[in-house]
Design a protein around this ligand. Sequence first.
Ligand code: GDP
Length: 364
Amino acid sequence: MKLGIVGLPNVGKSTLFNAITNAGAQSANYPFCTIEPNVGVVAVPDKRLDVLADMYHPEKYTPAVIEFVDIAGLVRGASKGEGLGNKFLANIREVDAVVHVVRCFENDDIVHVDGSVDPKRDIETINLELIFSDLEMLERRIDKAKKLAKGDKSYLAEAEFLTRVAAELEEGRPARSVACTPEEAEILSSVALLTNKPVIYAANLSENDFKGDLSDNPHYAAVEEIAKAENAEVLPICAEIEAEISGMEPEEKALFLSDMGLSDSGLDRLIRKSYHLLGLISYLTAGPQEVRAWTITNGTKAPQAAGKIHTDFERGFIRAEIVSYDDLVACGSMTAAKEKGLVRSEGKEYVMHDGDVVLFRFNV
Ligand code: GDP
């Protein structure tokens, strides 16, 4: 899964991105490959893997990972293709979801490109660039649908629907806020619009505001209101705190967070929210060689889940032997779980659950 970090200059993107890269580097015993400088990879925190590792003492411990792409430089005028504008838009096109960092902290020493802290205006500035780009894309698709409709009337509905979406965009509303039927949603996702990507607004607060009562914070309230109108998520965060804790050892970090009255880091909350937003779950594989988490979309069936490990597993899928994580841990071992009849044999139609511990059987 790939998340793109966007936002105006001086809102805290690099601070957050550096915290992410640091956190990734801290977990360097994972087999992460080094990629481009604007990509950071972090492990998806999953305590279940630790428990399984205690059970199996595996040679390898492999958590699920999320890639964060720092898409800096998105400014007013980007959609007109000035400078590097188009490159940023292309970067956004490639991600599964967008983390839009919004400045909610006041600090006269840190210049704001538009002179003042105003989350609503900032969000609109960025969204407008994405909307301009989407409108161009939509116009081409509407023209095409209209031409096709001359031969095949079924394209009329598509042209009409996309015209309605274009009208919403003209009003400054992102495509994700348009109410659609399932058929319409399918058409919309085939157009691959930037403003149809799921979004998490990361409201970057000062340390004091972050620790204080958010219901009193007008900047945070402004972000929340926009998110609500667009079916987006909001995450209160303090990028500076993230930067501070990202280099700490786990024990030190836990102590620091509990001193602040927090149970987990902003990064962990961001990862959890992303999972939720994208409808993702994890299944697990466990044995003496490796304990590992695999990311799938909620609703994925067993053969496709097996395909995540290897395409051969999907092609030659016979069945999956599955025990729920809770049952396995309660029994203490796979053998004990089998004796109690808790290891099920599931076929091609089985829909995977979060926390399924799986062994796939397949033909090669
Ligand atoms: P970017 O241009 O969006 O990448 O912004 P930066 O991450 O470079 O941040 C710009 C400035 O804002 C830096 O001096 C940061 O230290 C500062 N900054 C970032 N996050 C926070 C925050 O949560 N609170 C405060 N007070 N300052 C922050």
